[in-house]
Design a protein around this ligand. Structure first.
Ligand code: SF4
Ligand code: SF4
Length: 251
């Protein structure tokens, strides 16, 4: 963990000694659509918050002298590194945690604590089979060896606010999704036949697709009312409109 992350962790949980990590599967089938699979169900920040908060309360009741701080994405912790250090799943070459039989379709949640929990009783996660398919399929060339360039990752670009440089616009215009990019996960052999999630909140009431009609003439407030509990809404309406407009511009 770098110094900056260490400082943030310290401010969240003074004297932090340990991080607990969980992986929560979300795969719910692969219906056609232009939203990344992770963004189709209820926002995982909300879902994992609902899962982790009561766990933290129970832990605090059991160990009242200690703090237990839940985190989902907003944590300063390098969650994937923490998962691998805890021996969860495999280290994917695409930088994601792979948890057979769920594949890489998992969200990570953490609990930071000053409780001196014992170290994990398993070895750190081994690497994947390194077939190289994820790197080959990446349209932006974001995955190169051990490095990852977010400015060439379409998933990152679909979330970036404002006007994009022409090169990034062209990448998005050639893309098929309005939010996210699952390409490196789709080709991964560990994701060939993933087990579906048991959590109904990731299976029910899915939004698979957005069209220009669905966001045309809609105010920011209406967009938030309709989709405020979806991960694709967190960057706001303008970003979704831009992504859809770029895709329309290629037709
Ligand atoms: S999400 Fe898409 S663009 Fe980003 S690394 Fe994977 S394949 Fe490349
Ligand atoms: S596609 Fe191949 S190299 Fe990439 S994460 Fe999956 S197994 Fe590893």
């Amino acid at each position: 963990m770098d110094e900056n992350a260490r400082e943030k962790a310290e401010s969240l949980c003074p004297g932090a000694k340990c991080v607990l990590v969980c992986a929560v599967p979300y795969y719910a089938g692969d219906a056609p659509g232009n939203l990344s699979l992770y963004a189709r169900g209820r926002d995982y920040h909300l879902v994992l918050g609902d899962l982790l908060n009561p766990i933290c309360e129970v832990l605090h009741e059991k160990y009242p002298a200690h703090r237990f701080v839940p985190g989902v994405d907003n944590s300063p912790l390098p969650e994937r590194e923490a998962a691998w250090a805890a021996g969860i799943g495999l280290r994917g070459e695409h930088g994601l945690v792979i948890v057979p039989p769920y594949g890489s379709w998992v969200f990570l949640g953490t609990i930071l604590t000053d409780h001196p929990a014992p170290p994990p009783d398993r070895a750190p996660s081994p690497p994947c089979i390194r077939c190289g398919k994820c790197q080959k399929v990446c349209p932006g060339g974001a995955l190169r060896g051990e490095t990852f360039d977010p400015e060439r990752c379409l998933s990152h670009l679909t979330q970036k606010k404002g006007e994009l440089p022409p090169e990034q616009e062209a990448l998005l215009a050639a893309h098929t999704l309005a939010w996210g990019c699952d390409l490196c996960q789709r080709v991964c052999p560990y994701n060939a036949h993933p087990k579906a999630t048991e959590l109904s909140t990731f299976r029910d009431d899915l939004v698979e697709n957005l069209t220009a009609d669905m966001v045309e003439g809609v105010t920011n407030r209406q967009f938030k009312e309709r989709y405020g509990d979806r991960a694709f809404a967190w960057r706001g309406l303008a970003v979704i409109r831009r992504n859809l407009a770029l895709q329309t511009s290629k037709n």
